[in-house]
Design a protein around this ligand. Sequence first.
Ligand code: UDP
Length: 476
Amino acid sequence: MQNTKPHAALLASPGMGHLIPILELGKHLVTLHGFEVTIFIVATDPSTTKSQLLEKTPNSYPLNILLLPYKDITSLLDPSANIVVRIAVIMRESLPSLRSAITAMKILPKVLIIDIFGTEAFEIAQQFGMRKYFFDTCNTRLLALITYFPTIDKEEEYNHINKKQPLQLPGCEPVRFEDTFEPYCNPNDPMYVVSLRIGVEIPMADGILVNTWQDLEPITLSALRDDEIWRKVIKVPIYPIGPWVKLRQVEQQFPRGNKVLEWLDMQPSESVIYVSFGSGGTLSKSQIAVLAWGLELSQQRFIWVVRPPMDNDAHGSYFKNKHDEIDTLDYNYLPEGFVTRTHKMGRLVPTWAPQEMILAHKSVGGFLTHCGWNSVLESIVNGVPMIAWPLFAEQRMNATMLMEELGVAIKSKVLESKGFVGREEIEKLVRKVMEEKEGKEMRVRVKELKCSGEKAFSKGGSSYNSLCQVAKDCKA
Ligand code: UDP
């Protein structure tokens, strides 16, 4: 029998933070909207395999997943090139393989959905007459900054970057220099050029999907839709379709028997703080040691995803998809005796934990996070207040939004200047979120956000309706 389902193609940039929301979107297009979905993922080294990339993500829906082969980019890059530039080059080099793969398809996809590093693939969608959507796996605030930045004049740019003044985005909260998207800090860095190009290309989509929801960012969303200046920058519809998190079918992925989850089962309600810096973030050796001291001093229960220190690179193991390679039980960078002394009150997890299940567990009452947007959403949908410890990319903007606009996180002032956070301060922050009035108030607010996210995402809600509209347009 001929397959009559509409076909959608999704292209994920390297990194779990990109892959996870793309997979979730693909699953929803299959289960709720009757699409056949092909997801293209990009190999970042010669040994990458599909199963390795999917190892840590729940994937029981019928998605066609195609791995675009590894292209050697070493001759195209300075060895010290930043991760942003590396990903951009990898994505560009994978375009011929993407084109060939689409050409070979029996049923041509009706739509191509890409994320932040995939905008150059719009040209391929154009060639095949497909609709093209940009999926912002982060929030509307970042979308505003990236798409507005290429239009600002020299003086505004000078004031923001050189004079370190806030950047006024029409109708939105200004972006403080200290928070600005990392690539904009230095116009001489190649990642600045990459980011400007992406900002120009995003509005060329037929529509923009954002992993957020109306009531989380009402001011920014209204500005981008209604403000006259914005109507010149982004002329296509913006669809808030979130919160997308990998919560569903987690039982299959991490069946009971996982030791950390079993330990959590035995802890009192909301008594454990979860500490994690995302899929690849790390701290320096001395900061990791002091974080350990701070946790111990706080006398709170904890689960800590510990990744070996990288003194010069907070992105750490961002590309290491095969996490076991760097798993280690030899925590020689932690203070002597820490593991033994804290054995009753905490658990260390080398490199990768079932984060979505940990945050959903009733015993978890706080999250010390690097503020990657997936982690932020996973915390919000589980009603867990946060300690913000941003490291790179747009994470400082996310942290400010969580603290100042939403009131669901606290942060050390030292991090404003990328400084070193001392053990007493870490102790104080942890106690504050876990035991004190401020933490209780944040918990109330984050639970309200949880409800508003659930409402937006469920049938008839604003995000649900937005995705229905996109699906309808793609099928037409
Ligand atoms: N993650 C996980 N276990 C870990 C670390 C990360 O499952 O030990 C998942 C986390 O749940 C989230 C994603 O990896 O879905 C990280 O994405 P995020 O946007 O928070 O940060 P990034 O890794 O892109 O910096």
